[in-house]
Design a protein around this ligand. Sequence first.
Ligand SMILES: [Zn+2]
Length: 266
Amino acid sequence: MQYALVDGARSEAFPKGKGTCATCGNATLAKCGERKLHHWAHRSLKDCDPWWENETDWHRAWKAHYPEECREVVHVAPDGEVHRSDIRAPGGIYIEVQHSHMPEPELRSRETFYGNLIWILDGRSWRKNFDVCHALPNPRSPMAADLVWFQAKRGYHGANNGMFLRLSENPPHTKTTLRGGEIHSLRSIAAEVQANYSGHHQFAWTRPHEAWLEAGCPVYIDFGEPFMARLQSYDETGLRCVRMVRRDAFIQATMTASRAVDLFPD
Ligand SMILES: [Zn+2]
């Protein structure tokens, strides 16, 4: 933990510091070695919050984007269950920054507990498994309603560069029933796609962490780059896509928004 209570006040760890945990009230000891981040640890071996993850520089950097009072905020559910969130943004959105993989049952529990939640995943170590492929038009644009895209997959160069069928050429099909027809290339409509572009792309994720694809709350992947990738579904065919969002725009939006699902609507 970055904070513990010392004489009733939230404090960062300092050499030989003693405090109490704001979540459970038990004794904490400051850990101020040279190799690990300065932090507080429970005097007993286990942290009181089973969801708590050992912090990395990456966690601390994310927390540092938000005001001090927004970090490590204790949340109590109506039934008395208590957890410590990484960030509770000023507008009330909880943000959990997650470095390691998480089992699906825990993911579900945390989403239920916080409700108004955004996940930020540390994608830096698996960036090489994640290809951001061709641009897609905004899913709400009129042109998007006519196009059925072939799903991208690593090694499928045609699909990764953009291949689609047109509903208007294949009546009476709908997006969910259309299986074949004349195949078109993105190149033929590149200018129109560009005009309707708002950051959506197909992606090909090799060895994906499946639980995140099934998450109920918004998932943003931080690859350590200026743009983050939000996982989302594109249309009724079940096609998944990412929406690329600038990191600074994300931070700015979470400072004021009150609902996680309102950020960067499509
Ligand atoms: Zn505790």
